[in-house]
Design a protein around this ligand. Structure first.
Ligand code: FAQ
Length: 311
């Protein structure tokens, strides 16, 4: 019956309908969904660290409450996404162990440090802004549980982006020193934010197959372009300069031309040599080890009550 099931799978993907957990799917499709969703989940969890470091140093109660809510949202996103991989029979425990062992990736962006409170604003504006550009199309991804998780995540990312932009706007209305902090932060985050979309299309081994399966609906370069076009007017309204001398409106294309990030730096960061890679994984490992007793207690409780054991 396999050719028949394969034909059904192909037809579902062609109609842009959803593949659900109990549906037949090619092994390579399952593997690709698990890879992308796991990397995405890990990014949300590791992504709590740069901003989380500022919760105890927020400049006011209002800023602290906002930042705390945002960082907690990222934890929630990680959990919805790990739940999506669990529908394919891969547990959060297994994925976390793979992450800590350096066998799975997370987004390059979180290997850069947050050095000032302006970075909290810039991460919200540029990093969550890039995340939204990438993730809104993923609401229509072919794997059902992933697409449905994305809908809620995108709503929350939109709040994150706005709180970041509003923070930067407030600083830009402040002193010269505050304006300089914002510009310095934007200068550091601009290129790493562009790298979040992944390598250029001609160096992206997964895009073609992932698009054919409807896991991705746009290429890395298409989404990077969309992000640049969306961000330029926001930078103007804010009064900051984006650090790219080649950034210019192209009337003919109806889009901005822009320079290329340093792709050697990108691959170095992806391979583990970024400024904070070792620190991020060490922190994650410490949190995982220190939480072992909680997981053990949950299992003991579930066994005692004859409940299903959480993964
Ligand atoms: N960093 O063939 P492609 C967030 C890897 S947003 C590290 O193009 P693909 C929200 C890629 O995995 C960030 N590695 O790959 C937040 C592959 O390696 P592999 C998370 C990268 O999958 C905000 C190799 O390079 N968002 O967390 C990166 O077709 C603030 C070749 O690349 C998502 O994960 C990178 N930037 O396209 C949280 C979105 N780019 O696995 C806290 C969902 C590529 O073959 C605070 N993911 N690589 O060994 C995607 O849309 C895709 O996976 C791409 C990459 C577009 C990221």
């Amino acid at each position: 019956a396999e050719p028949e099931l394969a034909a059904q799978f192909e037809a579902t993907v062609r109609r842009k309908d959803r593949i659900e957990p109990r549906d037949w799917m090619p092994d390579a499709y399952r593997k690709t969904v698990v890879r992308q969703v796991a990397q995405h989940a890990h990014s949300e969890i590791i992504g709590m660290q740069p901003e989380g470091a500022w919760i105890g140093r927020a400049p006011s109660l209002r800023r602290k409450a906002t930042l705390l809510a945002k960082v907690q949202d990222e934890a929630g996103h990680g959990l919805y996404l790990y739940s999506a991989t669990e529908t394919l029979g891969v547990s959060r425990q297994h994925l976390t162990e793979m992450l800590i062992a350096g066998k799975q990736k997370y987004s390059s962006i979180f290997n850069y440090p947050a050095l000032s409170y302006a970075d909290v604003g810039t991460i919200g504006w540029l990093v969550d802004g890039a995340a939204i550009c990438n993730q809104v199309p993923l609401c229509r991804t072919s794997y059902g549980p992933y697409g449905r998780a994305m809908i809620r995540i995108c709503k929350e990312e939109s709040f994150h982006q706005r709180q970041g932009y509003e923070l930067l706007m407030t600083m830009m209305r402040g002193t010269d020193e505050q304006r300089a902090m914002v510009q310095e932060s934007v200068d550091r985050f601009w290129w790493p934010a562009l790298m979040m979309f992944g390598p250029p299309d001609d160096a992206s081994p997964n895009t073609e197959q992932s698009m054919a399966w409807g896991i991705k609906t746009h290429t890395n370069d298409e989404l990077r372009q969309r992000f640049v076009d969306m961000t330029v007017p926001q930078a103007e309204a804010l009064g900051v300069t984006l650090p790219d001398p080649d950034l210019v409106w192209n009337e003919e294309r109806g889009a901005h031309d822009f320079g290329q990030p340093d792709w050697d730096e990108f691959w170095d960061v992806v391979k583990g040599s970024g400024p904070c890679n070792a620190q991020r994984i060490a922190h994650r490992k410490r949190a995982w080890d220190e939480g072992a007793w909680v997981r053990e207690a949950a299992v003991a409780f579930a066994n005692a009550n004859d409940e299903e054991v959480p993964a």
